[in-house]
Design a protein around this ligand. Sequence first.
Ligand SMILES: Cc1ncc(COP(=O)(O)O)c(C=O)c1O
Length: 435
Amino acid sequence: MSGKTDALLERRNHHVPQGPFNVTTAFVKEAHGAVMVDVDGRELIDFAGGIGVNNVGHCHPKVVTAIQDQAGKCIHSCFHVAMYEAYVELAERLNHLAPGDFAKMTMFANSGAEAVENAIKVARYATKRPAIICFENAFHGRTLMGMTLTSKVKPYKFGYGPLAPEVYRMPYAYCYRCSFGLTYPSCGTACADHLEEFFINHVAAEQTAAVIAEPIQGEGGFVTPPPEYFPKLKAICEKYGIVLIIDEVQSGAGRTGKYFAIDHWGVTPDVITMAKSFAGGMPLSAVIGRADMMNASHVGGLGGTYSGNPIACRAALAVLEILFEDNLMAQSVKLGNVLEARFNALQQRHGIVGEVRGKGPMLAMELVEDRESKTPATDKAKALVGRCFDKGLVLLSCGNFGNVIRTLMPLVITDEQLDKGLAILEESLEEVERS
Ligand SMILES: Cc1ncc(COP(=O)(O)O)c(C=O)c1O
């Protein structure tokens, strides 16, 4: 820190509350591709991507052009007052892209949490049932329903109750720390079968509107279920007429080498929530779902003043063009392979790396004090993130113990930037392990 950063930090601490947290002390002046430059001219390689928002990179020229063009034509008319083509076109594109050989409809909101709120409204309205089943380690946002569905108590829920009623939580497929004390594959994915027992001990199936799950838990530690997990969950949901909501807010838009992460499991959700990277940095989220469910709600029950803002919709259309026509999806797969090889090598060299998991470039390392006890190395993960930042790499931790190091770098990162960032990470990991 120096000069402008110090002065801004002092102003920030004086005028902005501590609740809106900061992972680093950096103030960004500009950012392009996978590099941010702070107000003091310091270059930072970005492995955080604004928490998984910048898959197409900071200020991608096509996104900037779309935003500029739309800003000169119409910034806001409110979709509920005077409609515009970009909203409809984006909905059409998403309906075609989403898995499932059935009619779909899409509505837009502003944030991931808002998409989740709307998905729950849609599921409750369509089924006329109240209960929602969510999972341990889940993160679904900071609104009332979002934080209720979220698992980790501190900092997300502590002191903010009472929380929303009719929300039930069951263990997830966290094989590295199995809640049932079992080992994959001999467990037979008992964690998925547990849903049937859950209906006996916690909430009746015929009272349950939806099961909501992240395909790869983001904030919860990039927890990645085995191949059988989602097909089993889906079959049980189908058996009881329960809506399966898949929250792709962090895992979607090409992050895992596929547009929707759930496609890795070959499962068709009834409803999908999207946000973050799908609009290239503009505040936009989507709820994509079966047409009959999405269209069940009465007129005026869904929406919002800014929902599906035209500039944000244009940005999201540009992101789709970059991913599919400019072939960034292929780059995502390539990047994932490089990261996996480097992380696996780190695991071989360092006992502190307990597990490497994820899909494509949505990859993580869970740090432990030793592999026997699996004691979460929370302080070491924190120290690692700090050391990386001091050396010019922005990196995020996650997980309920804060001991998981995750990668959410822009998919457009150059080989040189990636190499430099990984070298910082590797050097810092060695230092932290030795300290
Ligand atoms: C899976 C998931 N759902 C919902 C949210 C909430 O999104 P937002 O912060 O845009 O409200 C997040 C944010 O990290 C997320 O990862």
